[in-house]
Design a protein around this ligand. Sequence first.
Ligand SMILES: Cc1ncc(COP(=O)(O)O)c(C=O)c1O
Length: 405
Amino acid sequence: MTLSFIARNIHESITLKLNETAARLRDKGEPVIHLGGGEPKSKAPIEALIAGAGMLSSGEVRYTPADGIPAMKKAIIRYTEEFYGRLVEPANVMASSGAKQAIMCAMQAVLNPQDEVIFPAPYWVSYPEMAKLCGAIPVAITPEDGRFEPRIEEIEEHVGRYTKLIILNSPNNPSGVTYSAELVSAVVELCEKRGLYLIMDDIYHRLLFDGRRPESCYQYAKDLSESCKIIVVNGVSKQYAMTGFRIGWAVANKKLIEAMTVIQGQQTSGPSALLQCAAVAAMNGPQSGVESLRLTLENNRNVLVDRLRAFDGVNLVVPHGTFYSFPDFSAWEKSSEKLAAFLLDKVRVVVVPGKEFGMEGHIRISYCGSIKDIKEGMERIRWALDPNAPNELYMGGRKLVRDWL
Ligand SMILES: Cc1ncc(COP(=O)(O)O)c(C=O)c1O
């Protein structure tokens, strides 16, 4: 069988694969602790469930316009005004089946084969693969000295005649850091100067800690006309714990949204009527659930950070938001793949190898689960690695004896 060049060069999503591995082991009765997850455990807002159920029971669930139902567009416009201070028109917004599809459509609308897409490392695992799906070339910028924020000069150095697009994701998956205002404003300026598109992937922007507030990239733009090349992407997955609803959106200039809509229309048609209806209810309903999720995550972050700080040799940049941390474990094991496989094998803890995010030596540890899982997971990791830890550990009622240190 001959598969296409693209099919042969695209990698499976490691995070989805790990979810499957964890589920398989759990089905076998293994006491797995999943610290590799990418979704909040809280329930979707009740308003979303009621609205979705109402539409479902009406039996009137039809095709939708390719760019989203009017109520969804209205909700996105209101959201953009509230969080970005910008009044946009319906023709400036497109609803998608998840932020992922919004990013993909934006890439397909602007990239030609051989064009280059720049993003800082560590990066969301999907950016390189999505660029490759367009026949484009991913260019990851790895900041010097293991920092999680590149200097603008490091980005500038990589801008060449084929560069078409820069992607910033802040707060960032997997590091949890927010980029400084200096960096974001310098990137906006660079894009304006060089005529580049800029995707701001803001999917975690309301899940911020320590008093930080979501920031609008538009405040740094000189050109807010219909030739503005900023594409803001967001969605309901993370902030409303609605990952499985698959609703996201993009805000951009009208011509680009029109092109993205044509692409989306030919790929999947408009996003599901049912799920847009639920998303609208979440976005227009009481927002206390977002704040309570944010508070829970901040508390979980604190618990995890305490545990990581007590770990000799582990370097950690304290996350500013999201539900991820990205500690450097290279003092214990240089290969993040080996370390992740070892932790799963010996103590049944799932973490994601940093190599997948473009930074070897690190692992991504999520704190979107329960405090109990975070504490027990970290205790198991410590036991597996630290020769000074007691020789025995009880895991899911089983006694383990360490025979590898
Ligand atoms: C940085 C980033 N962008 C986009 C997405 C996709 O979100 P959605 O579920 O809306 O497709 C994710 C999901 O993990 C993510 O981490």
